[in-house]
Write a protein that binds this ligand. Structure first.
Ligand SMILES: Cc1ncc(COP(=O)(O)O)c(C=O)c1O
Length: 427
């Protein structure tokens, strides 16, 4: 498709490109590279970093217009104070709104985005499963002020009332298992409740929760959106139908007062990161799916005396990942929902706790660290940060390295563990 030269080169009057900047039918990568072109003002190809917290008003007194949200002519790229908007985050949000397919706002972290969501919707009940423990921490803080009650996500629909929330994390932390969004959307909407989706483990291009009825999509942008383990970020994207009901405007207004905005450096890093989102996530998803298939084959193979299978079987008890949900794949919803590929996180449960404790130190290419989504592979003995999980479980976040290198690294580490345990048992 043709892109106008003024759009690429920037224009003195960026406003003229705002309503339709001509990118609707482009691929994900074309969007992550060009969806913010309409904000170009200078000749820089790489967007400049603006650190100012405050912005000069017009020197012409006749041009001075008090900031009023309801003013339809309010310039969208003129900034007043960075708790409201700032150039780097506005640019970042412009791309996010395009690729998440609903107007998006950014926050200081994933948890502050979740907090903003609870403050905005202020439900009486929230139906949720285990998932990321930090979100349960936020619910605890919010409940202190509001009396918010938690329900099990699979509670009977009758327990939900208008204005309540089903909050679903899919794929789920830490296992990487996926859940049927359409079924939960139908359940929530049948009761006048809302579906909010934590899609952190399923960034574009893997899934689009709005296709299946999500009212709000949340991301910890710290993970795949940032992608380099160097920025904290939270994101809320609003279903376009809900945005027409004023949800985005209200969230925007409330963010100004909650003050939970990202810094400009993070906005700048976020744009740098989004440019390669599709390349990174596709590679990470492919790598993870290949590794899971290899591990699963070895674990369940008949070959019991030699080769990879012997080494894997000696130490590994279980693998969890959406690619192994064969029933759901057969039913059809899973491949439709994760049309862009499975998530790059999976979990492994070792035969013994001591194996889980020792495995990270035997690996060369995986950092032993919490978090996920970066270009580098991470492994975490999950009990280090989440007291609720099986102490034999490790969460694995796959990066963009060569998958065969990661496979060989895991194999040599399993081998070392199994030799060590044979040595221990002889002592
Ligand atoms: C699924 C999920 N949601 C939310 C969060 C919180 O994000 P942040 O650390 O950016 O606050 C995390 C963090 O690991 C997460 O895994």
């Amino acid at each position: 498709m043709a892109i106008s030269t003024s759009l690429v080169n920037g224009s003195e009057n960026a406003e003229e490109h705002r309503p339709d900047h001509g990118l609707a039918n482009l691929s994900l990568s074309s969007k992550t590279i060009h969806a913010d072109d309409y904000l170009n003002k200078g000749r820089d190809v790489a967007p400049p970093l603006h650190v100012s917290t405050t912005f000069r008003y017009n020197r012409d007194p006749d041009q001075l217009k008090a900031h009023r949200k309801e003013d339809p002519d309010e310039p969208y790229d003129e900034h007043v104070y960075s708790r409201h908007t700032a150039p780097n985050t506005t640019r970042f949000e412009a791309i996010l709104s395009d690729i998440l397919k609903g107007p998006a706002l950014t926050y200081a972290s994933g948890l502050s985005a979740f907090h903003a969501l609870l403050v905005f919707l202020n439900p009486k009940r929230i139906a949720i499963r285990n998932g990321y423990h930090g979100c349960h921490g936020v619910i605890g803080v919010h409940a202190k002020l509001t009396g918010l009650k938690k329900l099990d996500i699979d509670c009977p629909a009758e327990e939900l009332q208008p204005g309540d929330i089903i909050h679903i994390e899919t794929p789920l932390n830490p296992t990487g298992s996926a859940y049927n969004l359409k079924a939960y959307a139908e359940k929530a909407h049948s009761r006048g409740a809302f579906l909010t989706v934590d899609s952190t483990f399923g960034p574009p291009p893997l899934q689009d929760p709005f296709l299946w009825g999500a009212d709000v999509v949340m991301h910890s942008g710290t993970k795949y959106i940032g992608g380099h383990s160097d920025l904290l970020c939270g994101i809320l994207a609003v279903n376009p139908a809900r945005a027409k009901e004023g949800w985005w405007d209200k969230l925007f207004e409330e963010r100004l007062f909650l003050g939970n905005v990202m810094g400009s450096m993070e906005g700048w890093l976020g744009v740098r990161s989004l440019r390669t989102l599709e390349l990174r996530v596709e590679r990470q998803s492919n790598n993870a799916t290949k590794l899971v298939a290899w591990l699963n084959f070895a674990l369940h193979s008949e070959e019991s005396v030699a080769g990879d299978a012997k080494v894997v079987k000696a130490v590994l008890a279980k693998i969890d990942h959406a690619s192994l949900q064969y029933e759901d794949i057969k039913e059809g919803w899973l491949l439709k929902q994760m049309a862009g590929g499975f998530g790059p996180v999976f979990s492994i449960t070792m035969k013994e706790q001591i194996f889980a404790r020792r495995l990270p130190s035997k690996l060369q290419l995986f950092h032993h660290a919490t978090s996920l989504g970066g270009v580098e592979s991470l492994i975490e003995w999950r009990t280090m940060t989440d007291p609720r999980v099986d102490t034999r479980l490790l969460r694995v976040s796959i990066g963009v390295e060569g998958w065969e290198d990661l496979r060989d690294d895991l194999l040599q580490a399993f081998q070392a563990l199994s030799e060590e345990s044979q040595g221990d048992s002889k002592k």
